[in-house]
Design a protein around this ligand. Structure first.
Ligand SMILES: [Zn+2]
Ligand SMILES: [Zn+2]
Length: 130
């Protein structure tokens, strides 16, 4: 019985993060509560921890308020982070930019993903820029 319920929750959490990438445990719980009223923050936390451990989910760059959020895009990629609306967008910086940066760093090698920040088109269009 317990096992069935856990599987049900795990599937729901997995589906949630595929649909709503770059979101947090809190956002997942908020959304899933409508369908699963007995789902708790602890359960969501436990499921995402396990998914990260099993490489089914990756950590995405933190929110402005340092909240952990997840990435269901498991390929290696970089991010654009909007400092205004806190949204993340997946990008792949071309090799020539990486090489340029490595040159600027006197031959240090970039190995991880990069997060560049700014203001997204949506915020610029809505003149929400602060
Ligand atoms: Zn924005
Ligand atoms: Zn991403």
């Amino acid at each position: 019985m317990l096992k069935t319920r856990q599987t049900k929750y795990t599937k729901a959490v997995e589906k949630y993060f595929i649909k709503y990438n770059h979101t947090s445990n809190h956002q997942a719980l908020d959304y899933l509560k409508d369908w699963y009223p007995n789902l708790t923050a602890t359960t969501v936390h436990r499921i995402t921890e396990r998914m990260v451990k099993n490489h089914g989910l990756k950590l995405a760059p933190l929110t402005i308020n340092q909240v952990k959020r997840f990435d269901s895009n498991l390929t290696i990629h970089d991010h654009f982070h909007c400092r205004n609306c806190d949204s993340l967008r997946d990008i792949n910086l071309p090799d020539r930019i990486i090489i340029e940066l490595e040159t600027l760093l006197n031959g240090c090698r970039l190995t991880g993903s990069l997060t560049i920040s700014g203001v997204c088109q949506k915020c610029i269009k809505n003149k929400e820029v602060v």
